[in-house]
Design a protein around this ligand. Sequence first.
Ligand SMILES: [Zn+2]
Length: 171
Amino acid sequence: MRITNTKITETVKEIIGEDSLEIVEYLRDKKNISDFKIAEKTKRDIHEIRNILYRLYNHNLVSYYRKKDRQKGWYISYWTFNKKRIKDLMDNLHHSKIEKFTERLQEEELNKGNIYMCPSACIRVNFDKATDFEFKCPECGTILNHQDNEKTITFLRDKIKELRTVKNIAK
Ligand SMILES: [Zn+2]
């Protein structure tokens, strides 16, 4: 599987957050860039930059070394983006998505035909919970509607199937 720029962007955005995209964009094809230079090039505060860099580091998306600046007398860190790591993170993300959807599907199947929802979408609960609330929304007081969750179940099944297919193509 090729690691395209789109995949890098999507993965980084999902795992680290949108605020890191600019830094990754800048670092992507470079090596050993100082935190000061990153701050200067992206026009952002050095502390903010360091915060994001360490978040990337926590997921092994960057590596760095520190060196003492002889003239200034302080330490400067030099950062490199670890592109290879994207594939592992994508796999993990993919796996946890399948897991999450499978858990939701089990939950929906367990409560098939027994879902209750507030018309204003404040809550969505199973029969037992709806009984506890006396079929009234605890947020806004409206009577809860019975909801057929057949569509949700179909959606989740399709979603899991789709994720598994994508996985097979990727391998
Ligand atoms: Zn409500």
